[in-house]
Ligand binder design. Structure first.
Ligand SMILES: NC(=O)C1=CN([C@@H]2O[C@H](COP(=O)(O)OP(=O)(O)OC[C@H]3O[C@@H](n4cnc5c(N)ncnc54)[C@H](O)[C@@H]3O)[C@@H](O)[C@H]2O)C=CC1
Ligand SMILES: O=C([O-])CC(=O)C(=O)O
Length: 268
């Protein structure tokens, strides 16, 4: 008999709902047993059958989930990950900007180690994280990441103070700095910078450029890494999710892949 993975989602927004819909449509061996959001009214009408509202981190264990998948916010990561890992539940992080703070990362890794479970960093909106992580084992010289999103994806972020987003005619690079700076200032748009740093040469040495492009319809990630292994160049042109232009479809797809791999005999 096939194993069924019991999943608790933290967050029921663009990514959480897309993951649930894809798992259902694909008949995956996964059951959503809990959904954590602050206000239960947010999930009333769309709650998957058999799932319960999880009122806070302390309510995670009662769901019986074996995997907790965070797709909520930077603030949600530490409290929910602490509770899950302390209870021996694996925890997958989407809002990886929470891990820029090395003390948070160290604490969570130590909790996972002590309780025999795993802190999982999925590729999120990216691809090629496997190759970058493999390459880092031989040493990397440089990693550069350019994140280009439609101008509208930068509304509600500090990009509004760097350029006139509503009036742009051409693409504008409005930020250049370390991954730590990018992920700290743009937690809704640059989690990928933290993810790539964890796989590569760290938050301070990974160079990031952020670009607002009024003509773009996709979220583009261009990554160049150089090291003893050779050179890696990746370019992804991700469709944004219908309900949140800041987040890419690929993020949900990578979570579906992670969840399906948990029970599949063939892991890809
Ligand atoms: N790692 C990556 O490559 C990517 C990461 N992300 C991140 O994933 C997260 C989710 O993205 P979306 O689904 O697009 O966002 P969204 O705004 O559409 O949905 C967020 C959901 O989380 C809930 N939420 C927020 N804080 C919470 C808390 N403390 N406790 C319980 N529920 C909480 C909200 O009520 C909502 O249901 C965001 O932090 C986003 O920045 C998004 C895209 C790529
Ligand atoms: O979805 C994307 O393209 C990347 C993103 O929002 C993030 O890293 O937070």
């Amino acid at each position: 008999m096939s194993k069924v993975e019991a999943i608790c989602l933290v967050g029921w927004g663009a990514i959480g709902q897309r993951v649930a819909a894809l798992l259902k449509a694909r008949g995956a061996n996964a059951r959503i047993v809990g959904i954590a959001v602050r206000d239960p009214r947010e999930i009333e009408a769309t709650m998957p059958e058999g799932a319960v509202h999880v009122a806070g981190p302390e309510a995670l264990t009662a769901t019986g989930a074996t995997l907790v998948v965070e797709a909520a916010s930077r603030e949600s990561v530490q409290p929910f990950a602490r509770a899950a890992l302390a209870a021996g539940m694996d925890f997958a992080v989407s809002s990886t900007s929470a891990l820029v703070d090395a003390t948070v990362l160290d604490e969570l890794v130590e909790l996972a180690r002590r309780n025999g479970c795993k802190l999982i960093i999925p590729p999120g909106a990216l691809g090629g994280i496997d190759a970058l992580s493999a390459a880092s084992r031989l040493g990397l010289d440089s990693v550069e990441h350019i994140i280009t999103k439609p101008a509208r994806a930068w509304f509600g972020t500090p990009a509004e103070e760097c350029c006139r987003l509503g009036e742009l005619q051409e693409a504008e690079a409005f930020f250049a700095g370390s991954a730590a700076e990018a992920a700290t200032a743009f937690p809704q748009n640059a989690n990928v910078a933290a993810t790539i740093s964890l796989a590569g040469i760290g938050m301070e040495h990974t160079r990031v450029q952020l670009v607002a492009d009024p003509k773009a319809v996709e979220n583009t990630h261009s990554i160049i890494a150089r090291g003893a292994f050779g050179t890696l160049e990746i370019r992804l042109q991700n469709r944004p999710l219908a309900t949140n232009p800041k987040s890419s479809e690929m993020t949900a797809l990578n979570l579906v892949r992670l969840i399906e791999n948990r029970t599949s005999a063939l892991v890809l």
